[in-house]
Design a protein around this ligand. Structure first.
Ligand SMILES: [Zn+2]
Ligand SMILES: [Zn+2]
Length: 322
């Protein structure tokens, strides 16, 4: 290990080099290539779903980590907190989803504790607080989520202390997060919204959930991470929107054997999803958490069609609204 002074000198050099380097080519704008033409936001019902992040652990610069916002009657119900969630919420607001104000990011339903679904948790706990959220963040999730929230609060103790007791004119409540570990069933009822957690089989996880959101207007089901599951079929039953994870069945064939073993026990292929969707009969199937492995949105849609699903289906990009 080099001495501290050498390491600091290297750090200073690295920063300088970065600062002097020509700027990299601009990355494509988020959601620049939606798989289908989006309806104008105003044409959608009041109860709708906004894709804040459609990504996976793969660091695709156009796809933030998994996070979905269900919006109804002026309220925001987040599902998962992948990397980039707060900035994607700000982008969606700029794009016309006016409900996605920072103070409104106050309720999240966590599907499971895989890091791609939760690394945005400290962002969601603390950034909207600094941006005037006064409500504590309500966190609903499987066993283990309370310990995660507690540890994150402890990890940011110095920041919380400075903002509460330094010169910053902060509110004294919005930094708190109140976690509730739930079992499958109705986990929230209020403001005309009912939220139901249902168990999904996701490899070795003991507790992994999908969530169904129901108002008097629409029913929206989010699969979370899962293999093909009868639970999803039972929860959807002709629902308005089924947001479901997927991987390319064709590209899967070229994956190494140990990864094939993993994916087949943790995730859903296009062919399997076609079977699920035929039985679940959503008015709209929305693909997210897509594992492409070199394939494209068009390939995923073609694979689903060839497997016999004839209903409406789109492969979502970040900031898609349905
Ligand atoms: Zn995942
Ligand atoms: Zn997962």
């Amino acid at each position: 290990m080099p001495s501290l002074s050498k390491r600091l000198a290297f750090f200073a050099l690295a920063v300088t080099m970065t600062a002097c380097s020509p700027p990299p080519a601009a990355p494509p704008a988020a959601g620049a290539k939606p798989a289908t033409v989006q309806k104008p936001v105003a044409a959608l019902p009041d109860t709708r779903v906004v894709m804040l992040g459609t990504g996976t652990p793969n660091a695709d610069p156009t796809r933030s980590g998994p996070a979905v916002a269900v919006i109804a009657k002026g309220k925001v119900y987040l599902v998962d907190a992948g990397a980039g969630i707060v900035r994607r919420a700000a982008a969606a607001k700029e794009a016309g989803v006016k409900e996605l104000e920072m103070p409104a990011l106050n309720r999240v339903f966590i599907t499971h504790l895989h890091s791609d679904h939760t690394v945005g948790m400290p962002d969601l706990m603390f950034s909207p607080w600094v941006l005037d959220r006064k409500d504590p963040l309500a966190v609903v999730g499987p066993p283990g989520v309370a310990a995660m929230v507690e540890h994150l609060s402890l990890a940011y103790a110095e920041d919380i202390d400075i903002r509460l007791h330094g010169l910053e004119p902060s509110n004294k409540t919005g930094y708190r997060a109140i976690a509730e570990e739930v079992q499958p069933g109705v986990v929230y009822r209020g403001d005309g919204m009912t939220v139901t957690a249902f168990p999904v089989p996701h490899g070795n996880w003991k507790h992994s959930y999908g969530y169904a959101f129901e108002t008097d207007e629409r029913r929206i089901v989010v699969s979370g991470d899962t293999i093909a599951s009868d639970e999803v079929v039972a929860q959807c039953q002709g629902c308005d929107v089924l947001v479901h994870e997927v991987y390319s069945a064709e590209a899967f064939k070229k994956r190494p054997a140990e990864w094939q073993l993993y994916h087949s026990h943790f995730h859903t292929s296009t062919v399997e999803l076609a079977g699920i969707a035929k039985r679940a009969k959503p008015k709209l199937l929305v693909l997210y958490h897509q594992l492409y492995w070199g394939s494209t949105d068009a390939d995923l849609l073609r694979e689903i069609r060839e497997a016999g699903y004839e209903g409406e289906v789109v492969s979502a990009a970040d900031l898609g609204v349905y």
